[in-house]
Write a new protein. Sequence first.
Length: 403
Amino acid sequence: MRNKVLADVALAVAFTAASMLLGHEQPPPDWQRLDAAGYALTALVNLPVAARRRFPVGVAVFVCAAWVVFVAAGYWPVVNSLAPLMALYGVATVRPVRVALGCAALTGGVWVYAGLTAAQSSMATVVAQAVVFPLVMCWFGHSARVSAQRADRLGEVTERLRSERQDAAKLAVAEEQARIARELHDVVAHHMSVISVQAGMASYVFASEPESARKALDTISDTTREALQEMRRMLKVLRAGPGEPEGGSPSYDPMPSVTRMGEMIERVRAAGLAVELRIEGTPRAVAPGVGLCAYRVVQEALTNVLKHAPHARARVLVAYEPHQLRVAVTDDGAGAGPREAPGRSDPATIPRGAGHGLIGMRERARLYGGTVDIGPLDDGFEVRLTLPTSARGAARRGDSLDV
């Protein structure tokens, strides 16, 4: 802003100096040369141009009035013809068209008045100049105004896009953090539950049944090794840069999938939970994401059984249907602990979104176009997962595999 003010002051001084130099020359007949009063009036016409941005209409009216006095005093009108046009340009750059046209009419009227005071002037030429010059200055000023407004709008759009891009980046980071948190929850909660149960059993039978204690310690060792392996895989993903292999070298460790369900169930059985696995249909390869989703949901469901109903009997059903994979984990609720909340027998009173594990199940299923139903039974608890394994299966559910 300060630079614009200095530029306007310099422009006003330059107009004043140029007008005085022109007035110092010999004027045409019928006009007198500038004297002290003429120089003062010239300064009065030109110097107010410095304030054209702050008071555009006032400056235009004042300059025209001072120009009328200058012409009426008998001085050559051409000497101060630039300042009124510049003042008019200033009005057109910041005010609506109707205001600019009003100031243009005022400037043109003064121009005609100056022509009438000259005995040898051509009125046709004077009128043409009085119309064309102000209109041209209005057009230039209006164009500058439109360009400035367009630049302001572009600046606003640019700022909005930058803000939206930052919001999108923050959302992507939050989603990735939530995904990693779910992975950590699945890995840590399941394996630590198994380790906790096995450690308690080993401590209980350490002296009386050394062989059972040794088996429990072996299970703890195997579970710890697998947990570390999965944590290492996740850390490789986090450390890898764009376009780089995970951890600097490719990982050949197989991802957990529905085909490895038996291994997980063996660990859970070793932890002391009676689990029955039943497979219906012909096992077939499914998409890696679908297999991982089914594996994690069963893992989370069995972990909850270990936590809240350690003496229950659990059943895992994996059904391969033509266009979808159906998984169900049920337990008879024996020995239920904190999960046995008030109203457990009433499905309407079970909070469907309670706990990060249940939220993670639903988010995983939604990601692959599936659904998870969680709730109590008459004699236990059940988690039911349905995942489409083909485009037709997704269409039948009204969803898309591309989420």
